[in-house]
Design a protein. Structure first.
Length: 490
């Protein structure tokens, strides 16, 4: 690609939204970095390696070797790549954090923290103007402040804005606002727009899940990242279509299994009204396949959790951070210590949401692990799901829980248990939409064997790989819909 000579005083970065996996990047023959995890974004400042007024070449090498996951991952550059050209004074990547510390019917307080870099050799004096726009584009609040930043440094700028009579975000009414943040010195240096929503969410064992003070039972489905016949490629329209299909089938929530989704998927959830459990990983230090992320977790985990939280924390659809799924050996002090470390780290990046994980093999020796979580996700059940909820409600009366994975065949009993116990806030079927990989588990189950060929789909989704509802989805309609027929439990 070519860059103009007029850009030689600018800062140029390259942002990869997702490369699977273990990617090394070169610019004009210079190695500029490596990123291991395949599901989180990463960026590099490539300014000093560029030729302005001539040809530039970016090279990416992917090392997706062996079996690196329990499902179909795809391989290579499967999400968007962006080349960004900025003035030396600019907002850093994912440097905007929007919270709403006060939310009332007549007024909301909006706090915006902006991380601003001065990558020049002189003191940077500038004005930062923030304007809040409603869905029609009308400016409903604004704030301006002058700042100075020393050369080659980054500073955080906090702004408080008050919005009268806010429209609150919810699955039934996904009202969005836009924060337009402009940095001006002599000229306009940088403009960034960030969508956000205003809402309150509380969860406790006595009142259940409340959004904007209104009770809501979470009708959920687990969803992998692939787009069926399109493979793992995250085309914006394909990501939006999946959200549309889930909403049309009665879902109000989704659990991202078992990795952060694309930015386009989350933007669709914000816009269309689908609550999200954003999940980081399927494994920690104990591997599930020979070449999975467990090989790198010990030294790399901060990178992926930071990337997930800093990219995603402004999405109103996200209400839980999940630190993992079916992590082995959770009854050991070593794994409990990791859980505590992960939670503490996330809370330094975002203290507005609670922490969860999907857990299987529940037994009496895992209480220390459960105590780390704010909300407990329960995968399946050896016995009846309702009996499990009853037992844990009696043992731990303040525990908030949900069915993080449920069999489609057990959906009626699982849902009746959600309706019965306030401490059980919802249920997530495995899966909402079918996916590639874990071939035939919906028919033959584990373990997967070579005689499963030519199966290539999991064959367990309420919605099939092309977007059609399966019989199990129609079955669910009978007890999810408001005007449904009452079904006797037998």
């Amino acid at each position: 690609f070519d860059l103009s000579v007029s850009d030689k005083d600018k800062i140029v970065t390259i942002l990869f939204e997702g490369v699977y996996m273990n990617a090394d990047v070169w610019i004009n023959g210079n190695h500029i970095g490596n990123n291991i995890y395949g599901y989180t974004p990463f960026s590099f400042d490539i300014t000093k390696y560029l030729v302005f007024g001539g040809k530039n070449t970016i090279s990416v090498q992917v090392k997706n070797e062996g079996v690196s996951a329990r499902w179909y991952t795809g391989s290579g550059i499967y999400r968007h790549v962006w080349l960004k050209i900025m003035d030396p004074i600019h907002i850093i990547e994912n440097g905007i954090f929007i919270t709403t510390p006060v939310v009332e019917s007549d007024q909301a307080q909006i706090k915006i923290n902006s991380l601003i870099a001065n990558q020049s050799e002189t003191n940077g004096k500038f004005t930062i103007l923030t304007e809040i726009e409603d869905v029609s584009g009308k400016i409903v609040a604004n704030h301006s402040i002058e700042k100075k930043i020393p050369p080659n440094s980054i500073e955080s700028v906090e702004q408080l804005l008050t919005l009268n009579k806010p429209s609150l975000w919810s699955p039934d009414s996904p009202s969005l606002y836009k924060a337009k943040i402009t940095i001006k010195s002599k000229d306009v240096n940088d403009i960034i727009s960030e969508n956000f929503g205003i809402r309150t969410i509380t969860m406790d064992a006595q009142n259940g899940f409340l959004i904007n003070g209104t009770p809501l039972l979470l009708k959920g489905g687990c969803v992998h990242h692939d787009n069926g016949p399109l493979g793992s490629k995250a085309y914006d329209r394909a990501e939006e279509r999946r959200v549309e299909l889930l909403k049309a089938s009665g879902y109000n929530s989704v659990r991202c299994a078992h990795n952060p989704p694309s930015k386009a998927f989350l933007e669709a959830c914000d816009r269309l009204g689908l609550l999200v459990i954003d999940e980081a990983v399927d494994m920690w230090n104990d591997k599930k396949t020979d070449n999975d992320y467990a090989l790198y977790f010990k030294d790399d985990w901060k990178n992926i959790f930071r990337a997930m939280v800093e990219r995603d924390r402004n999405h109103p659809s996200i209400f839980l951070w999940s630190i993992g799924n079916e992590i082995p050996n959770i009854d050991t002090p070593e794994v409990v210590a990791v859980a505590k470390e992960l939670k503490e780290f996330i809370l330094t990046l975002d203290g507005t949401r609670k922490i969860t994980a999907g857990i299987n093999n529940l037994h009496s020796k895992v209480q220390d692990f459960l105590s780390v979580l704010d909300v407990v996700g329960m995968n399946y059940a050896i016995n009846n799901r309702a009996d499990m909820y009853k037992r844990y409600t009696e043992l731990y009366p303040d525990m908030v829980m949900y069915g993080s994975e449920s069999y489609a065949l057990d959906q009626f009993k699982s849902w009746k248990a959600v309706e019965k116990y306030p401490s059980v806030i919802g249920d997530y079927v495995w899966t909402g939409i079918d996916y590639i990989g874990e071939a035939s588990i919906g028919w033959n189950g584990y373990p997967q064997k070579k005689e499963f060929y030519p199966w290539n789909l999991a064959y367990c989704g309420d919605i099939d790989i092309c977007g059609w509802k399966r019989p199990q989805s129609y079955y669910k309609d009978t007890f999810w819909n408001k005007n449904s027929i009452t079904i006797a439990e037998q």
